[in-house]
Design a protein around this ligand. Structure first.
Ligand code: GUN
Length: 295
């Protein structure tokens, strides 16, 4: 079997078009959605993500504020800045790019962001709402992006066995929570594998849908995948490549070429899940702005 490519771009563009309409409706009421992104330190990978979030916001007409702080910024200063942005009526969505430097406690940072502006969906109030199936909060962008991408690409999840590799708070755990819910784009039977799982291939080979978020370049090989499975690759790894202009290339957590021969559908890296994460962040920002109208 040769896998169909699930391209993030087509789905992301359809969502952008819907957002343009919602943004124009808000504009008619004098509201422009605003997103603030704080980055502490100068991790090159994070810098790329932050730049792409800025570009996506600006292209949609969302007010974008990127605040870069030096790596030695005291935790108290960062928390003060969050307080200021929590109180700023022009800013509807606020996030701090992770990871933060070691002297800053990421839990404290997440707890300080107002749940009403937590467009990352990382605050316990939003995580809790997601877990009980309450859609009034903000869903975490990457897992929600994957759910939407599958729904809009005609991939049925109801009654299917989804195996998730990785148990992070950003991807694995919320992904499992979303897909096990009752309802559209969910109703799956979910297994979560992680670094302490014994004989991981025995689980991945049972997957109708395999979602991989391990941060391990090309970890999933052909013999770990069932014939005809759908494979969603959340990995984004830089591997050294002397022939590449930048000296590295980006690869996912899946051995794309080999697995493509066996899967029925697969996401590319780059050009797959990453695009969805960004566009769902924009959707959360628009949702946050719309909520201010209802108050
Ligand atoms: N670092 C990696 N992914 C994310 C994300 O979705 N949000 C934030 N804030 N930081 C990240």
């Amino acid at each position: 079997m040769t896998a169909r490519l699930i391209e993030g771009n087509a789905v992301a563009e359809a969502i952008r078009n819907e957002l343009r309409k919602r943004i124009s409706d808000l504009s008619a009421e004098g509201i422009r959605p605003g997103l603030a992104v704080i980055m502490v330190g100068d991790d090159p990978g994070s810098a790329v993500y932050v730049r792409m979030k800025e570009k996506e916001s600006t292209e949609l007409g969302i007010l974008s504020r990127t605040i870069k702080l030096p790596a030695d910024t005291p935790e108290s200063k960062l928390l003060e800045l969050i307080d200021e942005l929590n109180a700023d009526p022009k800013i509807h969505g606020l996030l701090v790019q992770m990871p933060v430097p070691k002297h800053i406690d990421p839990e404290k940072v997440i707890m300080r962001i107002s749940p009403e502006k937590d467009v990352d969906g990382f605050h316990p109030v939003n995580v809790g709402k997601m877990l009980i199936g309450d859609r009034t909060g903000f869903l975490s962008c990457t897992p929600h992006g994957i759910q939407v991408m599958m729904e809009r690409s005609g991939i049925e999840t109801a009654g299917r066995h989804v195996v998730i590799c990785g148990r992070s708070n950003i991807v694995g755990k919320p992904m499992a929570a979303l897909l096990m819910q009752k309802g559209k784009g969910a109703d799956a039977t979910v297994t979560v594998c992680h670094s302490k799982t014994k004989d991981m291939p025995s689980f991945t080979r049972q997957a109708d849908i395999l979602i991989v978020a391990m941060g391990s370049p090309q970890f999933i090989k052909e013999d770990m995948v069932k014939d005809g499975a759908v494979v969603i690759d959340v990995g984004m790894n830089r591997v050294p490549d002397a022939a590449a202009k930048k000296g590295y290339r980006l690869v996912g957590d899946v051995d794309f070429e080999a697995v493509s021969r066996k899967a029925s559908a697969i996401t590319p890296v780059p050009g797959g899940v990453g695009l969805m994460t960004r566009v769902l962040l924009m959707e959360n920002t628009v949702k946050a702005a719309e909520k201010t109208k209802k108050r």
